[in-house]
Design a protein around this ligand. Structure first.
Ligand code: CP
Length: 301
């Protein structure tokens, strides 16, 4: 696989369908035991998490270690961002120090572009989630999980439930599913209004209607940290808008359940659904390591 010297991974659309297919194929081979390619440099990777994370951060770290790369770690409070250094100056500094790739999580849309705005093309950036706009590696691991577990892909129905308005995961995953030819995608946004610009051309409906006959049901976390104010309806949220056993029973008998995590149990997803036989939530977590390893390999090998 040829490294993409002039590209970054900030949005799903930064890479072609063919590139994503190559990433998924490589992730499967790595998962089956293929040895990672030797990296050109065993240093030069920074995991820069300016927002909390468990699975994305640790799966990138585990992927890097499998590649033989020991990543440097940076966050907001422990860096000179706490002393008002700009992201552009931070990026130029990381490049001058010899780093070649930053995996960046940030609360603000546009942060990844800002980080490389003053660099000389030697430093690349992979988004690990940015504001409510983009989370491309999560989309890739979702897609891998779906393709591996749903036989009729892409002729499938995918239903997404919950806080779609504030979800970078949903935006990225819906974009990638559409890129791969999935046409029947149903959004059940509950009490969180979507603007006309959100998810253009994708069906919006109630949670019950979304669930009927679905092959894949994706529950989304209530992303309170991105709310300007409390939504209008909250009592009974799980029963009305979330993923319950009753709602799962309306889907296909072989339907699978996804959730990007972290879970708000009893709020957007019932315990018996999250832990039940149809759940692929921990498979998503496992796939995250292989997808991210394939992506790091592409940049560093
Ligand atoms: N899905 C996801 O991004 O989880 P973390 O916030 O734990 O990384």
């Amino acid at each position: 696989m040829t490294p993409p010297p002039d590209t970054n991974l900030i949005n799903v659309d930064d890479w072609s369908r063919e590139t994503w297919e190559a990433i998924l194929a490589r992730a499967r081979r790595l998962r089956s035991g293929a040895a990672p390619r030797r990296p050109r440099k065993t240093s030069g990777l920074v995991l820069f998490f300016a927002e909390p994370s468990t699975r994305t951060r640790l799966s990138f770290e585990r992927a890097a270690l499998r590649l033989g790369v020991v990543p440097s770690q940076l966050d907001t409070t422990g860096s000179s961002l706490a002393k008002n250094e700009s992201l552009a100056d931070t990026g130029a500094t990381l490049e001058a120090l010899g780093h070649v790739l930053v995996v960046l999580r940030h609360t603000r849309p546009g942060a990844a572009r800002d980080l490389i705005a003053s660099t000389r093309g030697l430093l690349h950036v992979v988004s690990a989630g940015e504001g409510q706009t983009t989370h491309p590696t999560q989309a890739a691991l979702d897609l891998l999980t779906i393709i591996d577990h749903v036989r009729s892909f892409p002729e499938i129905t995918v239903a997404l439930f919950g806080d779609l308005a504030h979800s970078r995961v949903a935006r990225s995953t819906v974009t990638l599913l559409r890129r791969f030819g999935v046409r029947d995608i149903r959004l059940a946004p509950g009490p969180f209004p979507l603007s006309n610009d959100d998810y253009p051309g994708v069906t919006r409906t109630t949670a019950d209607e979304a669930a009927v006959g679905a092959h894949v049901l994706i529950a989304l976390r209530l992303q309170r940290e991105r709310w300007d104010a409390s939504p209008p309806v909250f009592d009974g949220y799980l029963e009305t808008h979330g993923l319950t056993t009753r709602r799962l029973s309306m889907a296909r008998a072989d339907a699978i359940v996804l959730h990007p995590g972290p879970l708000n149990r009893g709020i957007e997803i019932a315990d018996d659904v999250a832990d039940g036989p149809r759940s692929r939530i921990l498979t998503q977590v496992e796939n995250g390591v292989w997808v991210r390893l394939a992506i790091l390999e592409r940049f560093l090998a």
